[in-house]
Design a protein around this ligand. Sequence first.
Ligand SMILES: C=C(O[C@H]1C=CC=C(C(=O)O)[C@@H]1O)C(=O)O
Length: 437
Amino acid sequence: MISATSCLHTTARDVDLPAGLVDLLPHLNPSGTWIREGEGLIGLGVAAGTTAAGAGRFKELAAYWESLLRSSSPHDASGPVALVSLTFSGESESLSRLLVPEVLIRCAGGHTSLLVTTTHPEPAAQVLERHGLRLGQGGLLQPTGPAPAEAMPECRLRPGVQSERQYLSAIAAGLSAVHAGTVEKLVLARDVVVTASSPLPSGRLLARLATEYPQTWTYCVGGIPTATHTLLGATPEMLVRLRGHELSSRVLAGTIDRARRTADLVHDAKQHREHELAVTSLLEQLRPVAEDLHSPTEPSVLALPNVYHLASDITGKLTADASGRLPTPLQVAEAAHPTAAVCGTPTTTAADLIAHLEGMDRGPYAGPVGWIDAAGNADFGIALRGGVFEGEVSSTGGDTLRIFAGCGVVAGSEPESELAETRIKLKPMLWALGLEL
Ligand SMILES: C=C(O[C@H]1C=CC=C(C(=O)O)[C@@H]1O)C(=O)O
């Protein structure tokens, strides 16, 4: 960790890529990514970063970011940019983290820029070389080395904290709590563990996810040696996106296998109730920090290669305080998290039941993940359809990956079909690893 009093210098310039961001990924060991439809960002190395734990994790990361900005030049939309991942629960043993990459390649609206952030004067070419990049004639940014072999190391799959049978019992217990009226909705998750014969190339894994699931946000946050997890995945759910004072969210809840007909989702009252509770929770939680919140009267259907989801795109505006200050991105993320898409209704009772019935630490799974910039813009997705490297993590990635998936339990849920739903939600990561359930 670099202390918050370190002075950060960011230089920005336009560059060209021989192909796109996604094609660059297999050549690199990213400390962070956030890519959708070929646009977004790749971070390399860590110029500054910190970790936080407990109920105060959002505030601790926010305080660190504020002090970092005070000692940075320049600090506007051109830099610096931080990647952020927060744990689902304040009781997690995992650490929440914020990191400013040394190198950030950012692609938006067909325009690519390069940000190099350092704590001491160092030629940009040297920093780039350290991360396997070279800036050629005419601003062409190219990898210096070849991409690792296409094939993934041999992977094996084993049950996580709960076997499928134990998970079915947890769902049955959750359903009893629904029938007893303790909760109306409860999202229960499980994990599976993948062990590989050699370290998994995280850049190639991310490239496979971004290529096969372009409609999702392919995320990765790692790079801080003191933090125990590197998180990666491809989430279809946006908790909050902030552009100036404009806010938007994509709420997902209600799922069927892509092999079925959309009519099975659209005409299912149980799926709609599950969805409505997720939308209501987000709107209620955002109300203290936002106004003019609009949600569609009916959800739409989001088609992904593995599933159909009910989806609601919500918009609003941040509310300024008496002195005209807008809430910070981390304040908004804290207000919004956790929605009933990943926790339940009512929130606190559901969170207690989750801790008890899942018997595992969710770590960063289902927590906010994304980026913030110095101008107050941010994307915070919900860390779904992903996994966490465990144990020894080499520079190319770890060889043990814990992957998570959950589903909403409401009146009318059937344990066997909820279990089947978690299998299809595990599919993107398993497919990227060359595995099937
Ligand atoms: C909890 C997960 O998905 C959530 C997001 C979309 C649909 C969901 C559902 O239909 O249950 C879940 O609420 C997960 O992917 O692990």
